[in-house]
Design a protein around this ligand. Structure first.
Ligand SMILES: *Cc1c(COP(=O)(O)O)cnc(C)c1O
Length: 367
């Protein structure tokens, strides 16, 4: 079986170092925040190229806290895309604000800048582009429109650890970036984890308080907050893994290029489009085809994992029936959801394994 990700293969070469780092946390009984988390926050802030990194409990919590720290709440509108993991819109809703969707480009599936401005209303309080599958959204024109309207941009960088836009890393261009360290992400913890990255002193301070019951010091509470603290064990694991992220992302890019070469012109396959403005990190290698079911039948025979990211666009989720959207509201996202499939791509995927996937795709389009 060729899986979508192979965490055992990812962990094995670092096992001794990871065990030692986790042992240290246990020896120190520094289970919540503490020195391991602080070390990781410093290292990740330097890696992304920002002043502050605030470690939190998940990517969803990172988005939610960044919005709340900016004062977003009931009655506000926040613009994002329907082609993402559900949590992007969910984090907006958790503040009490309303997610407002802008459709995506048919090739990159990132926010379609040409449709952005008409979604802005007097109630709009922020714009949240998603760097889907590890490729940056087109941030320069998004930031230009946002600045003209006096709006902050929050980057959902939960799939874009190490991706760049121009010379800068995703997560360093907007007011803040949100990262997830869910185990299957390009940088994954041994459990839940997330982080907010920002250059803004005030936003960072508020996020730090909000993650810890609104508390600047023990038993003093200046805000009603949350228990969204990052665990010491996760900080330790992430610190061991971070120095390997660039190498892992290089391996992903090499494999993506290999898929590009070997699948070009096969059937009706639409391969990922890479924009010249940045460098993606291929969290996923998602292709589109009208014959998705045939490809999956071929995968079944060959023992290749099947995956769709994502089968239902957010605006058509039952949870958002109340927003009043229907089929046809965001046609590009809807069409993509019917055609997308993700091919296995992770740093440890061998060429031999990848060839099995490639052959399975090709055989689906024979005759
Ligand atoms: C994974 C992910 C999230 C949520 O992260 P969690 O850590 O699972 O809460 C949000 N947005 C996107 C685009 C993601 O891929």
């Amino acid at each position: 079986m060729i899986p979508l990700v192979d965490l055992k293969a990812n962990i094995a070469p670092l096992r001794a170092e990871l065990d030692a780092a986790m042992r240290q946390v246990v020896d120190d009984t520094a289970f919540i925040l503490g020195p391991a988390v602080e070390r990781f926050e410093k290292a990740f802030a330097a890696y992304i190229g920002v002043k502050h990194c605030v470690g939190v409990q998940s990517g969803t919590a990172a988005l939610q806290l960044a919005f709340l720290a900016r004062g977003i709440g009931p009655g506000d509108e926040v613009i994002t895309v329907p082609s993402s993991f559900f949590a992007t819109a969910e984090a907006i809703s958790l503040t009490g604000a309303r997610p407002v969707f802008v459709d995506v480009e048919p090739d990159t599936l990132n926010l379609d800048v040409s449709q952005l401005e008409r979604a802005i209303t007097p109630k709009t309080r922020a714009i949240v582009p998603v760097h889907l599958f590890g490729q940056s959204a087109d941030l320069a024109p998004i930031l230009e429109i946002a600045t003209r309207h006096g709006l902050p941009v929050f980057e959902d960088a939960c799939q874009a650890h190490g991706a760049s836009y121009g010379e800068k890393r995703c997560g360093s261009l907007g007011l803040a970036g949100a990262f997830s360290f869910y185990p299957g992400k390009n940088l994954g913890a041994f459990g839940e984890g997330g982080a907010i990255t920002t250059d803004d002193d005030e936003l960072a301070m508020k996020c730090r308080r909000l993650r810890d019951h609104g508390s600047p010091e023990k038993y003093r509470h200046t805000l009603v907050g949350f228990n969204y603290r990052l665990e010491g064990l996760q900080g330790a694991v992430l610190s061991v893994k971070l120095p390997h992220l660039d190498r892992w992302n290089d391996a992903r890019r090499r494999l993506a290029q290999r898929y590009d070469e070997k699948l070009k012109g096969v059937g009706d396959l639409q391969l990922p489009t890479v924009r010249a403005y940045g460098r993606p990190v291929f969290h996923l290698y998602a292709v589109q085809s009208a014959a998705r079911d045939r490809v999956f039948a071929s995968f079944e025979k060959a023992g290749v994992a099947r995956a769709i990211h994502y089968p239902i666009p957010i605006h058509l989720q039952e949870a958002y029936a109340g927003l009043g959207h229907g089929r046809g509201s965001f046609p590009v996202s809807e069409k993509a959801a019917e055609r997308l499939l993700s091919l296995p791509l992770f740093p440890e995927l061998t060429d031999a394994q990848q060839d099995v996937v490639i052959d399975a795709v090709r055989s689906a389009f024979k005759q």
